[in-house]
Design a protein around this ligand. Structure first.
Ligand SMILES: Cc1cc2nc3c(=O)[nH]c(=O)nc-3n(C[C@H](O)[C@H](O)[C@H](O)COP(=O)(O)OP(=O)(O)OC[C@H]3O[C@@H](n4cnc5c(N)ncnc54)[C@H](O)[C@@H]3O)c2cc1C
Length: 420
């Protein structure tokens, strides 16, 4: 392949979940002559193991998937293979207390339903979510996959863009989609500046077995070190996402199983009984990375490359899939009109649609993180007051549930479960 120069409509850099779902949507709706490529620096994830043995222990990663993200997966025909592994969230409790408090008083309680019998979000582990996505990706007929190689340089021209990979391959396209995560190379090569903030915190993730049924209840405890989320999984298990100061998170993860699980139970919700380890623990550094623009000449950013947010409200991937749905709608309409999919008109339309939501969500998570990872007495009082106030205002609660479900605002068609 060395030195080949191939023409594509679109080249996506980054085959994480966001880039992969984007490529699948373009494959389905791009039209007969649509040509695209995906570049992933690692070998694309392979889940044939999971397909053969879905009961194998999980890797510990799980996502809160909003109703609108579910809808896009449904339009792609993937949800049927995932739904048995997805736990609907029936109810959410929010509490705010000290680490050694004997109670975790609930200040705010939501029903998880957005309509009678219809929930606004699900919890699903990485493997059942990813397996059907990567299987479908291998079968996408418009797509050429370049894996195990990296983007090295970009040549942005008025009429096209060239991508040069480290293995000597060059690709020419109308548009380059940067889906290459927080440290996006596309973003830096396109000279898009960022706003960044290192939280000096890590997110610990681990799967546990519960001693009592969770009945679909998700719990968010705001503790002085940051949020501790208990996210229900099928089979009375839960995924924990827990924020600690950076050094402490590493120390915590290095504990032996017995000491680690007693730290978990110290933070747990008495209503859910006790937890037992059901998988490995991992910790991830947390930071805010927000692109100052989501577009540049013949370049567009989606997912964490555009907005890497705090995982506190479980919205990072949902925001990324919303970018996908908006961008694919813009690309497909532009292509059907016979116009340039990498031209300014298309890119400005995408930016207008997504940037406000991306920026406000990132800053809202940042503000919440600062408000809740703080043990000052006055702030604690204010938080308690605010949470109780929301609890007494049903329309505000309804707004928050719909926001988490991704059904407020200008929702792209794919996220309404509609075809393009
Ligand atoms: C602890 C934690 C809990 C979370 N919980 C949730 C949740 O409950 N719900 C939710 O919606 N989100 C959650 N998130 C956020 C979510 O995981 C991310 O927002 C999402 O995975 C980002 O996907 P992405 O595809 O944009 O980026 P990534 O997953 O980072 O993928 C980027 C891809 O690009 C590739 N790449 C990078 N550079 C290059 C290059 N130069 N050339 C080629 N390839 C390249 C990488 O190898 C990678 O595969 C959580 C995050 C954390 C840390």
């Amino acid at each position: 392949m060395s030195g080949t120069n191939q023409n594509k409509d679109v080249v996506t850099v980054g085959g994480g979940l966001v880039g992969a779902v984007g490529a699948l949507c373009l494959d389905k709706f791009g039209g007969q002559n649509f040509r695209q490529a995906l570049i992933e620096r690692h070998t694309l994830e392979d889940y044939s193991d999971f397909e053969q043995n879905p009961d194998k222990k999980s890797s510990g990663r799980a996502y809160a998937l909003s109703e609108s993200s579910r809808a896009i997966l449904d339009v792609l025909g993937l949800w049927d293979d995932m739904k048995a592994f997805a736990q609907p969230i029936q109810e959410v409790d929010i509490s705010d207390s000290d680490l050694d408090s004997p109670f975790r008083p609930v200040f705010l309680n939501f029903s998880g339903e957005i309509a009678l019998g219809k929930v606004g979000a699900y919890i699903i582990e990485h493997e059942p979510l990813a397996a059907p996505i990567y299987k479908a990706l291998r079968q996408a007929s418009s797509l050429e996959i370049f894996e195990g190689c990296q983007l090295k340089t970009l040549d942005q021209k008025p009429d096209f863009i060239q991508l040069h990979l480290d293995d000597g391959v060059s690709l020419t396209a109308s548009l380059c989609i940067g889906a290459d995560g927080r440290g996006s190379k596309v973003r830096s090569l396109a000279e898009i500046k960022t706003i960044t903030s290192d939280y000096d915190q890590d997110g610990i993730v681990v799967t546990v077995d519960l001693s009592q049924p969770h009945d679909g209840k998700a719990v968010q405890h705001f503790l002085p070190s940051g949020p501790f989320a208990i996210l229900p999984l099928p089979g009375d298990r839960a995924s924990l996402v827990w924020t600690e100061e950076r050094g402490k998170a590493a120390d915590m993860c290095a504990l032996d199983d017995e000491d680690f699980i007693s730290e978990v139970n110290l933070r747990f919700s008495p209503k859910l009984g006790t937890a037992e380890l059901a998988g490995p623990r991992k910790h991830f550094p947390l930071s805010l990375v927000l692109a100052r623009s989501f577009i540049a000449e013949r370049v567009v950013l989606i997912g964490d490359a555009a907005h890497g947010v705090h995982p506190l409200a479980g919205q990072g991937m949902n925001l990324g899939l919303r970018d996908v749905a908006a961008l694919v709608e813009v690309i497909v309409e532009t292509k059907r009109l016979g116009l340039d999919v990498g031209g300014n008109v298309a890119l400005e339309r995408y930016q207008q649609w997504r940037r406000f939501d991306g920026v406000t969500s990132a800053l809202a998570m940042d503000g919440l993180k600062r408000l809740f990872s703080n043990d000052q007495a006055v702030l604690r009082e204010l938080r308690g007051f605010g949470l109780r106030l929301v609890d007494r205002l049903p329309p505000l609660k309804e707004f928050f549930v719909k926001e988490a479900a991704g059904i407020n605002g200008d929702v792209p068609l794919l996220m309404q479960g509609k075809s393009l």
